[in-house]
Design a protein around this ligand. Sequence first.
Ligand SMILES: Cc1cc2nc3c(=O)[nH]c(=O)nc-3n(C[C@H](O)[C@H](O)[C@H](O)COP(=O)(O)OP(=O)(O)OC[C@H]3O[C@@H](n4cnc5c(N)ncnc54)[C@H](O)[C@@H]3O)c2cc1C
Length: 285
Amino acid sequence: MAQLAQMPHVSVVFNSRIESVSQTSDSVSVQTRQEDGLHSVQADYLVGADGAWSAVRTQLGIAFEGYTYPERFLVVSTPFEFADHMPQLSYVNYCSDPQEWCVLLRVPTLWRVLFPTKEDETDDQVLTDASIQARLHRLLPQPQNYTLVHRTLYKVHQRVAQQFRAGRVFLAGDAAHINNPLGGMGMNGGVHDAMNLCEKLLGVLQHGAPESSLDLYEKQRRTIAIEYINASTARNKKEIEERDPVLRQKNHDELRALAADPASSLAYLRKTSMIDALERAKALT
Ligand SMILES: Cc1cc2nc3c(=O)[nH]c(=O)nc-3n(C[C@H](O)[C@H](O)[C@H](O)COP(=O)(O)OP(=O)(O)OC[C@H]3O[C@@H](n4cnc5c(N)ncnc54)[C@H](O)[C@@H]3O)c2cc1C
């Protein structure tokens, strides 16, 4: 990627909003809005890495197929040291619970806690101090209130763009695929998109590879977005929120069996760390 960024014909659009995109068979033009008005940037190729609400994807009329979960996710951050009260806490903890599952994530100076919300709670109800304190106290009852330093409520989607390439324009990262955060695959998947696409663009721009070699980007990365990223995160959500006691027991038994068997643990880690996904993509030619 660094190699690509050093090339003279690569422009990175910072501090300006892409408003429109057009292309011919030779080049792509982007209109951007900056403080002093509209500017035009012309390039051989355009990579739309402009997030879930991608203007590039919208401009190209590419459908973002999938669904939005009915409930929203609440993320709160607190300096409270959960590790002093919950033995064997890891830096990333997925806590399955039939009433209210959660994720406990250690960031450098805080614990970040993610909860699902109920469909019939309004945003205002979810975000009140009282409601957040109640959720945290259900997780770990404390004599005092928790200190809260951040709260966010957001919608969660499982969506993959219908195309990752349209002529000279490519989509990558959240512009191409979004998913729930259970499994930590969104940003990692975006980084894998960037690595894959940069390798192919370098092939064409520097090493004379045919234009058609760029088609492989969509074949490889869209397949992974559907088969691995979307499928795994959707499955993780289903498992963490499972309420049926028989199915919960079955899930727990399977996880214990995995942990007890080194070969199965390794295979599981290769899947969750997305190493398998990289190899699967490479095998698609
Ligand atoms: C609570 C939570 C936890 C997560 N945990 C993990 C995790 O553990 N592991 C993981 O891999 N992923 C995780 N993710 C997902 C991860 O945050 C995203 O997948 C990642 O940030 C997407 O990066 P991106 O660069 O594709 O998009 P973004 O980070 O959305 O960046 C898009 C950029 O494009 C810019 N932009 C937008 N519109 C325009 C425009 N019109 N013109 C110009 N620029 C524009 C934006 O300003 C922004 O800078 C999590 C997400 C959430 C919400």
